[in-house]
Design a protein around this ligand. Structure first.
Ligand SMILES: *[C@@H]1O[C@H](CO)[C@@H](O)[C@H](O)[C@H]1NC(C)=O
Length: 304
């Protein structure tokens, strides 16, 4: 009698365990498949990435640890400035402006270790067109050749020394814009890039978003108009200005991140100018760029 009950109980427990285990296994494999589909979708269409946090929340119980996905989430921690033609690279994220053949913006996340690695060199990288951009919207090496302009990096090569492939990717022409060489690319702009890296060495974690501006000028009679040059057969726009919006994460446990914005004219600037004279209200950058930066961060006031 008791033996019969024991057997029955044992059977019941075994049965229940099997049901539970297969339920969990089923749920897990389901999640695996869904995550993989999502990854595929993100590769094909980055807009899926934008909505993916909402999907992920549903089954964050079994969160998969995908390195690339993790990195992207980190770079875009403070939100997307815009959503036009998003392009994901290994160590930066870019929005491409097909009309002007220059990015709208490039976002990076800087940490100390990626700045100090000794193995990576920009000498081993070379400029090349990004063939994933449709050919009629792509800028080419020929466009820049003899144009009188430098091939200026938006995401600086020196920020991506963690891996040679990361450094290489900054040389895609999607990340390049026509810049005045002497007095700008090798002058004030370079200084600004070094300043961003110094902030990283001091604070440990810095987010930076870089892009071009096409600022209007006042004509006689008071009307505004935008004028900029275009180079090459692809007609690559020469931005009138470049901006960087920088966000620095505080090392203090409850310290809030703060941000500051810089706008530099794409002209030969005299040596010895103080970078702080280029500080700019973030709202002004948003106004000219048509972008929205880092909602909810504390902005330092522009006291030059
Ligand atoms: C970087 O680019 C160079 C030149 O284009 C190439 O020879 C090298 O293999 C690339 N390295 C990596 C890690 O992608």
């Amino acid at each position: 009698m008791t033996r019969k009950w024991q057997l029955l109980a044992l059977g019941l427990v075994l049965g229940l365990t099997t049901v539970c285990a297969s339920f969990v296994a089923g749920f897990y494999s389901h999640h695996e498949i869904a995550s993989r589909r999502l990854q595929q979708l993100i590769q094909e269409d980055p807009y899926a990435y934008y909505i993916s946090p909402k999907i992920y929340k549903v089954f964050s119980f079994f969160r998969t640890k995908d390195e690339a996905d993790h990195r992207l989430r980190q770079i875009m921690k403070y939100g997307f400035p815009g959503l036009d033609d998003l392009r994901l690279y290994s160590d930066f994220v870019l929005s491409y402006d097909r009309r002007n053949r220059v990015a709208h913006w490039v976002c990076e996340h800087l940490q100390v270790d990626a700045l100090q690695s000794g193995q990576v060199s920009r000498q081993r990288a070379s400029y090349r067109p990004d063939l994933t951009v449709p050919s009629n919207f792509r800028s080419t090496l020929a466009d820049y050749h003899r144009s009188g302009f430098d091939r200026g990096h938006l995401a600086a090569a020196g920020n991506h020394r963690g891996l040679q492939s990361h450094c290489n990717e900054t040389f895609f022409l999607t990340n390049i814009a026509p810049q005045i060489g002497r007095g700008f690319n090798s002058g004030a702009w370079n200084k600004l890039e070094i300043y961003v890296r110094d902030l990283t060495l001091r604070f440990g974690s810095v987010y930076v978003c870089t892009g071009p501006l096409y600022k209007p000028k006042q004509r006689t009679g008071g009307k505004l108009s935008v004028e900029f040059e275009m180079i090459g057969l692809s007609m690559v726009a020469v931005p009138t200005h470049f901006f960087k919006v920088i966000i620095v994460e505080s090392k203090l446990p409850l310290g809030k991140p703060y941000m500051e914005g810089y706008v530099l004219p794409n002209t030969a600037l005299p040596d010895g100018l103080n970078l702080r004279s280029f500080l700019c209200d973030i709202r002004e950058i948003e106004h000219y760029a048509g972008l929205k930066f880092f909602d909810g961060c504390f902005e330092i006031s522009v006291n030059k």
